[in-house]
Design a protein around this ligand. Sequence first.
Ligand SMILES: [Zn+2]
Ligand SMILES: [Zn+2]
Length: 277
Amino acid sequence: MSSNTSCQDVVILTKHGKEQVLADVLEAELGWQLRATDAFDTDTLGTFSGDVERQGSAEQTATQKALLACELEGVEIGLGSEGSFGAGPFGQLIPWQVELVACHNAREGWTVIGEAQGPSCHLHRECPRLEDALHFWTQAPQGQGLMVYAPSQKAQTLRKGIVDKPALIEAYLAAAEVETPVMVEYDLRAHLCPARRSVIADAARDLLEKLNNHCPACKAPGFAYKTPLPGLECEQCTCPTQQPKAHLAQCQRCGYEAQQSVPMAGASPASCQICNP
Ligand SMILES: [Zn+2]
Ligand SMILES: [Zn+2]
């Protein structure tokens, strides 16, 4: 790898190989040379396997990681990313996944957060027999890592980062000595979860778009028309609907606000509470 001295040195605080995903999207576009630091153990801020609970919100955690990257490495720009799995817009019906990538500029004093979300890629299965665990493994996407544990003694029996058959067999048999069925589930850490990496790449693209939009008042980046303002009038009865009539942009540094109207003249009666109750 050649180092380009004209590129800006940007650091991401990560243990789990997210830097390549982010570098692919951001480096060429922004003139960055992205490198990872593990100078701080991000697992102390929360883990997916649940052995460490996250304290703040996902936004706070991503921002905190970006700030730490700046502080620990003494660079102007730091990145931090954070994923969340849980209930989404469809409640418990469709498990949901949100990925955030925060970019902090320590010299200019702003933070911009890229976001992407969608149905969760997470799967788990109770496996009464070893064959069930092996079947689950063969059904998983190429490169997807697994975790194995005895449900009643998760902390004591948890094995993470299982990527091959011998390791799966060994972990299954060890957990099965405690109890069956054994729980087998996806290891969601980014380096072991290709589906998650693709959502992180989407979040990086969202970040890129926001970084390229500057506040008209103070020139800070991140001025993107993203917050929907409901109330588009029904084209049949002219009552306001839940469809957005405009999107709001707000500068998180100086507070300047502006709205951008949607291109549609009116909402479809299908989305109207009056015409289509
Ligand atoms: Zn501003
Ligand atoms: Zn209507």
